[in-house]
Design a protein around this ligand. Structure first.
Ligand SMILES: Cc1cc2nc3c(=O)[nH]c(=O)nc-3n(C[C@H](O)[C@H](O)[C@H](O)COP(=O)(O)OP(=O)(O)OC[C@H]3O[C@@H](n4cnc5c(N)ncnc54)[C@H](O)[C@@H]3O)c2cc1C
Length: 404
């Protein structure tokens, strides 16, 4: 962990600059945890607080449905949540802009267009970037899965070009859930064309690391059945494709990077304590360990306390469950009362449903692994309900007035 300036919560509570006006809460990013905060604000409006949500896009895309969209099974409108009306219902101002820098000590953020926004409390849920460091040489052929809006904007043209060109291929890099799902989805999207089979490249011999080994076995069987070629090895990008450590080149028209989250550059000069991976170091209450007025949840945060009995993976599941705890802690922090902040205690096992683009899904919950069409029905129902729930909350609100 990087060195940082330590200020305790009680010092912050007693600070002389304690505002007497409404506390300015800045929610940076429309991530899952902030959807939870907005829901809580709608259900129980916060007192003595003015909230502003800044997010790079008006719509939050629901990542769990992206593979279904790639496979052609889910329309775009069904997997996006309009943040503007949701923020309006929550009494929050919405600004469509990207965060360019954070100055935690001076309590300001700078947007990419240069505007500076002050805050009393900052909560960050911007997710992470994709680690493409070894693939950068691919240039235009590289298609990182994040930012998801860029991925969604570019994929239709990639699919059309690969479908039209003879023997062209797509390489998906990453053997985790996102890589497996996207490889199967891309293969499904190219079915019936002259494109060469999709390649899934992973540097780990086991697919779906972090899940029971049976889940990886199921994934391998599904990939083989779908004729996705699985290549194990470490690859680096070249202008023509991916070069493996053994000297083999996999030519590719497009390389989809699903290589896991990387911390965004704008965090480096923020003055916030970061964990070893460069993410915002937080405790079990989502509060920055160095700045009591900063909170972070979801992929952008890294827990550095030792209260976890097991490894906490970065996933949408935890980002969603963080929402209510984060909301309560933001309320308490705004009041600066003596109530201790709540802790997020993750369940030992979380339910993961990995779609296989053939109408089935793999269910993984701790050591329990099953697969079938019923698992895909369950996944579709959970995903649909999540998006619809937020769409309904924003219904009847003219969101455009709050957007720029
Ligand atoms: C293809 C795919 C499928 C996945 N499927 C699953 C699954 O089924 N189950 C699961 O648990 N996990 C899944 N994951 C992982 C999951 O997507 C992440 O763990 C989760 O999205 C993290 O949520 P988050 O709230 O931290 O950030 P995100 O969901 O990434 O949200 C970040 C938000 O912040 C905004 N933003 C980003 N940068 C900025 C900026 N600089 N300034 C302002 N706003 C910004 C974005 O527009 C976005 O609205 C999947 C990931 C991928 C790539």
């Amino acid at each position: 962990m990087q060195p940082h300036r330590q200020a305790t919560y009680s010092q912050w509570q007693r600070a002389p600059d304690r505002p007497t006006r409404p506390v300015q809460l800045l929610l940076a990013g429309g991530g899952h945890a902030h959807l939870g905060v907005l829901r809580e604000w709608i259900a129980r409006p916060p007192q003595g607080m003015e909230t502003c949500l800044v997010s790079s896009e008006r719509h939050a895309l629901y990542s769990g449905m992206i593979p279904g969209w790639v496979a052609g099974a889910v329309p775009l409108e069904r997997m996006r949540i309009d943040l503007a009306p949701l923020a309006a219902r929550a009494g929050a101002r919405f600004i469509r802009a990207s965060l360019g820098a954070v100055d935690a000590a001076n309590r300001t953020v700078v947007l990419e267009d240069g505007e500076t926004l002050p805050f009393d409390l900052l909560s960050v849920a911007t997710g992470g970037d994709v680690d493409t460091s070894s693939l950068a040489e691919l240039g235009e052929r590289l298609l990182p899965v994040r930012p998801m809006h860029d991925f969604v904007a570019r994929w239709p043209a990639v699919r059309s070009a690969v479908r039209a060109g003879r023997g062209q291929r797509i390489v998906v890099v990453g053997g985790g859930a996102a890589g497996v799902e996207l490889a199967l989805a891309a293969q499904r999207a190219l079915a019936g064309s002259t494109a060469a089979p999709v390649v899934l490249l992973t540097d780990e011999p086991r697919l779906l690391p972090g899940h029971a080994s049976r889940a990886g076995d199921f994934a391998r069987t599904r990939l083989e059945r779908a004729r996705v070629e699985i290549v194990t090895g470490y690859g680096v990008g070249t202008p023509d494709g991916v070069l493996l450590a053994d000297g083999r080149l996999i030519p590719a028209a497009c390389v989809i990077a699903a290589t896991g989250p990387r911390s965004p550059r704008w965090l480096r000069g923020s003055g916030l304590a970061l964990d070893d991976g460069g993410f915002i170091a937080v405790g079990p209450d989502f509060r920055s360990v160095s700045q009591p007025c900063v909170f972070a949840a979801g992929d952008i945060a890294g827990r550095v306390d030792n209260r976890l009995s097991h490894n906490l993976s970065r996933s949408g599941v935890h980002a969603v469950r963080a929402g209510p705890v984060l909301a309560e802690n933001l309320r308490r922090a705004a009041r600066r009362d003596e109530a201790p902040l709540r802790h997020y205690r993750p369940r030992r096992h979380s339910l993961y449903l990995i779609a296989t683009a053939d109408g089935s899904a793999i269910l993984s919950w701790g050591r329990a692994v099953m697969e079938g069409r019923w698992a895909n029905c369950l996944k579709s129902r959970i995903d649909r309900r999540f998006v619809q729930r937020h769409a309904r909350l924003g219904l009847g609100v003219a969101g455009a007035a709050w957007t720029r």
